[in-house]
Ligand binder design. Sequence first.
Ligand SMILES: NC(=O)c1ccc[n+]([C@@H]2O[C@H](COP(=O)([O-])OP(=O)(O)OC[C@H]3O[C@@H](n4cnc5c(N)ncnc54)[C@H](OP(=O)(O)O)[C@@H]3O)[C@@H](O)[C@H]2O)c1
Length: 302
Amino acid sequence: MSFNLGSAPSQKGKIAIVTGANIGLGYETTIGLAKKGAKVIMACRNLTKAEKAKGEILKKVSGADLECMVLDLNSLQSVRAFAKAYAAKYDKLDLLIENAGIMIPPFSKTADGFESQIGVNYLSHFLLTNLLFPLLKKTPDSRIVTLSSKAHEGGKIDFENLNAEKSYSKIGAYSQSKLACLMFAYELQRRLEKSGSKTIAVSAHPGVSNTNLGQHIPAFFKILMSPVFALMTHSPENAALPTLMAALDPDVKGGSYFGPTGFRGMKGKPGKVESTSLSHNEEIARKLWAVSEELTGEKFNI
Ligand SMILES: NC(=O)c1ccc[n+]([C@@H]2O[C@H](COP(=O)([O-])OP(=O)(O)OC[C@H]3O[C@@H](n4cnc5c(N)ncnc54)[C@H](OP(=O)(O)O)[C@@H]3O)[C@@H](O)[C@H]2O)c1
């Protein structure tokens, strides 16, 4: 299975939401979708930054159909407000790309008291999917794409410390959140299949790309590692291709995982990739789903 954006099907008439669309991989994903003719809702926490990015994209993709809407994943109330505003305006949703994320910040809590990485990266996206599901369900061939990471390989879902109640490891919390995003896609797909739904859930990871995600990596480490980083990383434009493949390739099957297929999965052409056996554990996925419903205060019925 190979992917080329140029030969991917036209997305004219389709509507996509990309979270965290103003910079990095979300920005590049928005460009890719706009090039294919989709209308893209740039769901961002800062409207000024989003409008600036929209202006830049319009210069690159003439006629791009873009709209900025406020979504702050640091707050479930903002997620609810976004979903309500979207549903008031649109009666369908073809692609939901859950891209926004943060990595290894100092310990902080979201507005709802969640550890920030599990809250922003996973729980808010879980609620967002839930609230937008009625629209996804009635849109033929709709897709949900969650963003995971190679970091999921070192992660575990620690139900006793999901919100860093006992201790906070920056890397542990990031890995856990990215494993949760992946397990959510797999579990969602199992539930969609069981219900006979045509909507599919997939996941993608970008490999390694030098974006603002690395803002909390210590400066000395960045300097020390810079020659190695240069060999390991690829451009944000290329790093967005696994997400675009997951979203656009007509041969994609629900429950698949995409990433770069080059050196140790860190860079290279996008393709179907494997994830850890833990990520496929159905018992943990079911428990995570139930805990996520409880924490977000909303039952997720498929
Ligand atoms: N870059 C990599 O090497 C890499 C590797 C593996 C996985 N990933 C995953 O890829 C995704 C995109 O990462 P990136 O590299 O593009 O990072 P990035 O350049 O830092 O962009 C992250 C995006 O998420 C947004 N965001 C952060 N907190 C938010 C919040 N509370 N509410 C709404 N939006 C929020 C940011 O908005 P602001 O501009 O307002 O901060 C920005 O638009 C993430 O899920 C990340 O985990 C990246």
